[in-house]
Design a binder for this molecule. Structure first.
Ligand code: IMP
Length: 427
């Protein structure tokens, strides 16, 4: 009954899609457990590139059941257009299961996400503007509208009316925007209900039975550890729990059924949006990483902020998630450097910190203490095994493994499906 969690070990965009895809052939269910269409997974199959936002990557493998768990917030219009986009490329999503308990992103959530960011000015979080925070806010405030409400038009109508009675006041009186019409929103969402109805089910029950039958369940997080609402760089975080604990809450699979936690770790670091990032490079070296690594957001197209590998963050991810294995991605991007700096600790106002400092203020003051590792000049994108890597690339991987505190069990050396070196099985 393996239940394996895949979690981003940094600020997201570590290349989780590639890891999911690697496991795809051995997996029966792929479950998204948090986030929404703020995420972006890129999967390259042959000469085809797929960018998924809300659908679990399992949708690309015909033998896998893709599941959207209760912890996800769903924009139904986006979900259906993603389903239609795949259908146009010959990929069907009929197997998709959606938790009846997942929450819906409503038009007022998107409107409020955008205007509240504008209102924050310089203090903005840099959200994706997809309504994620406001939808989770309503969930926690216990006024959210859930997928199961789509199945009862009377209830759906009442809930939309009640929500807009308040949200329209906020939109018009605080933000000076136009309010939304409840009847129009109801009409739109009843249209979605018709199409989504066959997919809606009690997904925690389905997953529990699947594990009883010995099926392999992969729990796929969006974003990453440092964007976690509790364990990330609050308030510059997303509004859910990408960390492994969130996989249980967001799927209904209990902690004692999890068998492996795989941290996805990029060979350098990136971040989108605002917030502290000690190893960020604001010079031409950062631009080089961005261009060489293709570090532009899948969801918003924004430039990703780029910097060197940060071992303090990696160690933290190991501790918070209970990482059993790391999948190191994008090692090929670092080819051609003479020396590669790696952050081993922080200097915070003259004091050395081996761990992330306790307070936000200290973290904002953290500057990296670097160790330099020798680089390699060879193109490694066609390496098939660890031994094919040049000695300095092998040493870089081993150094990262030692600093991060968990074994590196797979290494990505290019975007393609076959460009992965597997050192140990991930199941
Ligand atoms: P939100 O999730 O749209 O509310 O955005 C909150 C923060 O999380 C912002 O800094 C976003 O840039 C960041 N974020 C959200 N989703 C992703 C992702 O998939 N990759 C990287 N950053 C993300």
């Amino acid at each position: 009954m393996p239940a394996v969690v895949l979690v981003g070990a940094q600020w997201g965009d570590e290349g989780k899609g590639k890891a999911t895809d690697l496991l795809g052939g051995d997996v029966d269910y792929v479950v998204r457990y948090q986030g929404g269409n703020n995420a972006g997974h890129t999967v390259v199959i042959g000469d085809q590139k797929y960018a998924l936002h809300l659908l679990p990557t399992g949708v690309l493998s015909p033998d896998v059941v893709p599941v959207i768990g209760n912890g996800v917030v769903i924009d139904p219009g986006v979900l259906l257009s993603e389903i239609d986009g795949l259908a146009a490329r010959g990929i069907d999503s009929d197997r998709l299961l959606i938790s009846a308990n997942a929450h819906l992103i409503m038009p007022h959530h998107k409107a409020i996400d955008k205007v509240s960011e504008r209102f924050l000015g310089k203090a903005k979080i840099g959200t994706t503007g997809r309504g994620i925070g406001p939808a989770y806010g309503d969930k926690i405030y216990r006024v959210g509208i859930r997928v199961q409400d789509l199945l009862d038009p009377g209830i759906l109508g009442q809930k939309i009316e009640a929500a807009l009675a308040e949200k329209n006041q906020i939109l018009t009186k605080i933000y000076n925007r136009r309010g939304l019409e409840a009847a129009k929103v109801l009409d739109e969402y009843l249209g979605y209900a018709e199409r989504l109805r066959p997919h809606i089910t009690d997904t925690s029950l389905v997953l529990s039975k699947a594990l009883d039958e010995g099926k392999v369940v992969l729990l796929e997080g969006g974003q990453g550890t440092l964007l976690d609402i509790d364990h990330g760089t609050y308030p510059f975080v997303t509004s859910s729990s990408p960390t492994s604990g969130g996989a249980c809450a967001g799927s209904g699979i209990p902690p004692n059924r999890l068998t492996r936690v795989i941290g996805i770790l990029k060979a350098y670091t990136t971040r989108v949006g605002s917030g502290p990032f000690p190893t960020e490079l604001l010079d031409e070296q950062g631009e080089w990483l961005r261009q060489t690594g293709g570090e532009y957001g899948v969801t918003t197209g924004r430039n990703r902020r780029c910097g060197w590998f940060d071992a303090v963050i990696a160690r933290y991810a190991t501790r918070i998630n209970g990482v059993t294995d790391f999948f190191l991605t994008k090692l090929d991007v670092l080819s051609g450097l003479e020396r590669i700096p790696v952050c081993v600790a922080y200097d915070v106002d003259g004091t050395r910190h081996e761990e992330i400092p306790m307070t936000q203020t200290e973290f904002h003051h953290a500057t990296p203490i670097y160790e330099e590792l020798p680089g390699w000049q060879e193109d490694i994108s066609s390496a098939k095994t660890f031994d094919d890597l040049p000695p300095n690339a092998q040493s870089y991987v081993k150094a990262l493994e030692k600093m991060s505190g968990a074994p590196i069990s797979a290494i990505g050396v290019g975007p393609g499906r076959t460009q992965t070196l597997q050192i140990r099985s991930l199941l």
